[in-house]
Design a protein around this ligand. Structure first.
Ligand code: FES
Length: 114
């Protein structure tokens, strides 16, 4: 543990444009990463894919295309989310990995404490 090579940089961007860049261990979900770093991304069902409050927007389509395609279950959940865009992701089910170094994640609802 503690090896920084096992981490990537991820930047959360709030609705008002505030940015916060954090170092995140690969293998962690976006939601966990946010919460570990005191970013209050919504996540009402704590990652059980039963709400849609944790959805985020991956701003760069290049980054988005690196992600696994959403499962049908995830798509159902995203259909419930307002402001649906093509690059919406369910943060609690999106695992961060090496290829996502530098990804910009926009908080679709609100990151209260950025
Ligand atoms: Fe509920 Fe992600 S926390 S769907």
């Amino acid at each position: 543990g503690g090896d920084d090579k096992e981490k990537i940089s991820v930047t959360f961007v709030n609705k008002d444009g505030t940015e916060k860049t954090i170092r995140v261990p690969v293998g962690m979900s976006m939601l966990e990463a946010a919460h570990e770093n005191d970013i209050e991304l919504e996540g009402a069902c704590e990652g059980s894919l039963a709400c849609s409050t944790c959805h985020v927007i991956v701003m760069d389509v290049k980054d988005y295309n690196k992600l696994e395609d959403p499962t049908d279950e995830e798509n159902d959940m995203l259909d419930l989310a307002f402001g649906l865009t093509e690059t919406l992701q369910v943060a609690c089910k999106t695992i961060l990995y090496y290829g996502m170094e530098g990804v910009l994640i926009h908080c679709a609802i609100l990151c209260k404490s950025l």
